[in-house]
Design a protein around this ligand. Structure first.
Ligand SMILES: Cc1cc2nc3c(=O)[nH]c(=O)nc-3n(C[C@H](O)[C@H](O)[C@H](O)COP(=O)(O)OP(=O)(O)OC[C@H]3O[C@@H](n4cnc5c(N)ncnc54)[C@H](O)[C@@H]3O)c2cc1C
Length: 180
């Protein structure tokens, strides 16, 4: 292509090309969760970002028709739990259709109540307890932005996702550290 000229037809990226390229981005694995009245909601999400330091904000991208988005809009709070290397079963639970909604508490995954009331996955590697700041449209997903009310972390190895599979980082575990 000559510099400054566009081809007659703009190239169109095929979905499989997009998926293959996106799969080469190694990420951690989180569970995004909320409580709305008697119901709890959770979903495995890798599209997480530490968005802003001033103010402290995070973002997650969630399928826009998911009941989780509706629940977060209603409760105005949510938690992001970053999973440990030994929590692959938690990721599988919350990525299985129909498992992300329960009354009272999740049947097989223990949670602790965050300061906002949102459920945080027990024994996760780190967590962000958030008040809803904004929801922005992003195609078929909703970008949910939260202002961080509290966060905590411990030493350990993260659960990773790369090229369609779960991976582990080799790193020695250390002492527990927490931030209020
Ligand atoms: C490693 C990993 C990372 C992931 N990262 C992300 C991520 O970043 N963001 C993300 O959104 N997902 C992500 N997922 C996928 C997500 O975890 C699962 O798709 C989801 O939890 C499947 O459960 P569900 O369909 O019951 O959930 P929900 O989306 O909560 O849907 C519940 C029900 O609502 C209805 N519904 C939902 N969507 C529609 C729709 N489009 N049309 C009609 N009805 C609908 C259906 O009845 C559905 O069963 C990830 C999965 C894995 C394994």
């Amino acid at each position: 292509m000559v510099k400054g000229q566009w081809p007659a037809e703009r190239p169109v990226c095929r979905e499989e090309e997009f998926r293959a390229a996106a799969g080469k981005f190694a990420s951690g694995v989180t569970v995004v969760s909320t409580r709305n009245g008697a119901e709890v909601f959770g979903k495995t999400v890798s599209a997480f970002g530490s968005l802003s330091l001033d103010p402290l904000m995070v973002s997650v991208s969630i399928g826009r028709l998911s009941p989780l988005v509706t629940a977060i809009l209603a409760s105005e709070v949510f938690a992001v739990s970053v999973l440990n290397h030994d929590q692959q079963h938690v990721s599988r639970h919350f990525s299985t259709q129909g498992n992300g909604r329960a009354v009272g508490s999740f049947p097989t995954v223990a949670t602790e109540r965050g300061a906002t009331g949102a459920p945080v996955v027990a024994d996760c590697l780190s967590w962000f307890d958030c008040r809803l700041e904004n929801v922005v449209g992003g195609g078929d997903h909703a970008i949910v932005i939260g202002r961080v009310a509290a966060a905590g972390s411990r030493e350990g190895r993260p659960l990773l996702y790369f090229d369609g599979g779960y991976r582990e980082l080799r790193q020695p575990a250390g002492a527990v550290r927490a931030h209020g």
